[in-house]
Design a binder for this molecule. Structure first.
Ligand SMILES: Cc1cc2nc3c(=O)[nH]c(=O)nc-3n(C[C@H](O)[C@H](O)[C@H](O)COP(=O)(O)OP(=O)(O)OC[C@H]3O[C@@H](n4cnc5c(N)ncnc54)[C@H](O)[C@@H]3O)c2cc1C
Length: 303
């Protein structure tokens, strides 16, 4: 989308399209989680935050800016990503779950992927972008003058990248009992817990199992997620269950965002391995991809 907005003629090839991608599964609230390296992630997260806040002005985008409360087990220094949000402050005691005395509060976008991904596709196509559903067996199959590789976990096969690994995540969807604050506890001894109110529903998480491949939702895991989230947000006790989902985050020691070349000399920019923060980093990475591609091809945007 960012390339198209800069005036390049973009064709997107994808084997799977929404609603069948990892990005569809994401709880999709802004939070830099399981993505490295921190110095680059900070910049990408900051500019994506600003972009999502601006996009939230359009109700069709499915983005709401919500207060996020991060639960802490005691006083701690500000998180490493504090500079990426304009509004980090200690949470007011009345906003914290029962028995918790410390927490951070900040504003962050919650992206309802059910609306946002179709919105993005419509915007892309109306701006002249072309979408083709197609599985690639080699990047060289693509006839374009330059390529951007955003294949997520698919780069394991497509590029033979053995440093990529899945981080399995399971989520529970329930009807929204009237919540409008995101609650997050990364330090619950039983596992990470988060409650992400979208509109009509809430996404409850979660799990992060490295090297676990796709498997159906596990009922015991779902029960544990519900228990952790309900102890943090008691209003969920009677929330009607709506469904269970599992997805594989594209884990990598570091995000791969760099220029490369194909054997025939064409420019290739890789942009994959965003772990648990692909949505959080999306616009910032896309902006850097534009710069990388234009520097490597010597092209300036046509408009
Ligand atoms: C349970 C869960 C919760 C999450 N929560 C959050 C969150 O709250 N916030 C956040 O920021 N992130 C979250 N994430 C992480 C986020 O979903 C991922 O980082 C992000 O979706 C990765 O996006 P991507 O475009 O790289 O990969 P994908 O969404 O997987 O897209 C890759 C695309 O490449 C295509 N492709 C791959 N191989 C080929 C091939 N050979 N030929 C053609 N096409 C190919 C695929 O078909 C697909 O269209 C979560 C993930 C999970 C699983």
């Amino acid at each position: 989308m960012a390339l198209q907005l800069r005036g390049h003629a973009v064709t997107l090839w994808a084997e799977r399209l929404p609603p069948h991608t990892t990005s569809d599964i994401a709880a999709a609230f802004w939070y830099p989680y399981k993505a490295e390296p921190r110095d680059r992630v900070l910049g990408w997260a900051r500019s994506s935050h600003a972009r999502f806040v601006a996009l939230a002005a359009d109700p069709a985008a499915g983005i709401r800016v919500r207060e996020v409360i991060e639960v802490l087990r005691g006083p701690t220094a500000p998180p490493w990503w504090a500079d990426a949000v304009p509004s980090l402050r200690p949470a007011a005691p009345g906003r914290l779950p029962p028995g918790i005395t410390h927490g951070w509060s900040f504003e962050a976008p919650v992206i309802d992927t059910r609306m946002y991904l179709p919105f993005l596709r419509t915007w892309f196509e109306r701006s002249g972008g072309v979408v083709q559903q197609r599985r690639l067996h080699s990047l060289a199959e693509v006839s374009a003058a330059a390529l951007v590789n955003c294949t997520g976990l698919g780069a394991r096969e497509l590029c033979g990248d053995s440093t990529l690994f899945p981080i399995r995540g399971q989520l529970v969807h329930v009807a929204n009992p009237g919540l409008d604050v995101v609650m997050l506890d990364e330090d619950d001894p039983a596992g990470i817990a988060y409650v992400v109110p979208r509109g009509d529903d809430c996404v409850l998480g979660g799990t992060a199992q490295p090297h676990a491949e796709q498997a159906p939702p596990d009922p015991d895991t779902a029960a544990s997620i519900l228990a952790r989230c309900t102890s943090m947000v008691p209003a969920l006790a009677d929330a009607a269950p709506l469904g269970h989902v599992v997805g594989l985050r594209p884990g990598r020691p570091t995000v791969r965002l760099e220029a490369d070349t194909l054997a025939d000399g064409r420019v290739l920019v890789h942009n994959y391995g965003h772990g648990g923060a692909g949505v959080t980093l999306s616009w910032g990475c896309a902006q850097e991809v534009c710069g990388c591609l234009e520097a490597a091809t010597g092209s300036t945007p046509p408009r």
